[in-house]
Design a binder for this molecule. Structure first.
Ligand code: RIB
Length: 342
């Protein structure tokens, strides 16, 4: 068809093979920056009709967003992924899911890989005392759930302090005075925030925050099981247990059942997250449901708006200073909590 610019025209103008133009346009293999620049220039000069891939090259877009999570064995994270995918698809992008033991190192690596336009990250905010050196990232990064400790960026997370306070307030209103807390890993921001909410709720009611005792788990069901056994072997038995996530609560329920302890009659049990599994237990789990879909949608919108601002000619919003955006969840009362024994 006369006048239609072809890949051959672009290759001839750039002085490369058509295969190189294809690799550059589709991002299917690494192309030297100097070659990439020549191909882009030829596309612009000739007005190469942008197929989506050519358009991506011109806008330097891959239309991929990486999502980096610490594990996929805890049901919370697959539910977070499920919350992300509709908005990613609606914005015409694909998701690259990366599950890794070191999310922040992996986030920096994939951000510099030219495979993605942006990165969503569950951080690993661990307060180790030392101020970690901030890492430079090549593309927009937005964190959700856990704040990162080495990447300065906005984080969207559940209001963990308020959520924990709501769970403990629910137990206190049922008459419980000795409410044990099975906390998440010390130093992890979300775990510390929930422990603070537990303590604050007890102090607000004039209750001794140490009354029920505090145990520490690692957010796994195994750690919840082991902690519940330690609780039963302790000197005094609390009438209620607040676990900092649902999987530890589920592990604790199994241990209590194994020891013949009735839930909620002997010990009321509550968790945190609101994973779907909790609704299919008997008794159903009282928990604080994190606003997973809202967190995911907000984080996706922030990262894609930052990508658009970076790759369009219109000056986008300046690089915002990193923020912490907390979204409220909901207390979900199930059968695992009931009034304290009289
Ligand atoms: O259950 C996994 C926990 O780790 C959740 O509470 C979530 O907040 C994540 O950080």
């Amino acid at each position: 068809m006369a006048g239609r610019v072809t890949v051959e025209d672009v290759a001839r103008r750039a002085g490369v093979s058509t295969a190189t133009v294809s690799r550059a346009v589709n991002g299917t293999a690494r192309v030297a920056q100097e070659t990439l620049d020549r191909v882009r220039a030829a596309i612009d000069e000739l007005g190469f009709h942008p197929t989506p891939a050519a358009q991506n090259l011109r806008q330097q877009r891959t239309r991929n967003i990486a999502l980096v999570v610490p594990t996929i064995t805890n049901p919370f994270f697959p539910e977070l992924v499920a919350g992300v995918t509709p908005e990613i698809a609606r914005r015409g992008c694909s998701l690259l899911l990366i599950s890794t033991g070191d999310p922040e190192v992996e986030a920096v690596r994939v951000a510099g890989s030219r495979l993605v336009d942006g990165v969503l990250l569950v951080g690993s905010m661990e307060r180790t005392g030392a101020t970690p050196r901030a890492r430079h990232v090549e593309v927009p990064v937005v964190a959700f759930d856990r704040a990162p400790s080495t990447i300065r960026t906005t984080v969207v997370q559940c209001d963990n302090v308020a959520g924990a306070r709501d769970v403990v307030a629910h137990l206190a209103e049922l008459g419980h005075r000795d409410i044990a807390h099975l906390r998440g890993p010390r130093g992890l921001d979300v775990a510390d925030q929930r422990a603070r909410g537990h303590r604050r709720a007890l102090l607000e009611r004039g209750l001794d925050p140490r009354s029920g005792g505090e145990l520490e788990g690692d957010f796994s069901e195994e750690s919840g099981y082991a902690a519940a056994l330690r609780l039963l072997d302790g000197r005094s038995r609390p009438t209620a247990l607040f676990a900092a996530n649902d999987m530890m609560a589920i592990g604790a329920l199994a241990a209590l059942r194994a020891r013949g302890v009735r839930v909620p009659e002997d010990i009321a049990v509550a968790g945190f997250d609101g994973i779907r599994l909790g609704r299919y237990l008997h008794p159903t789990l009282t928990t604080y449901a994190q606003p997973i879909a809202a967190i995911a949608q907000r984080a996706v919108g922030l990262v894609l708006d930052a990508v658009d601002a970076q790759t369009t000619s219109t000056p986008g919003p300046g690089r915002r200073a990193p923020q912490v955006l907390t979204l409220p969840g909901d207390l979900v009362v199930g059968g695992s909590t009931s009034p304290a024994p009289s």
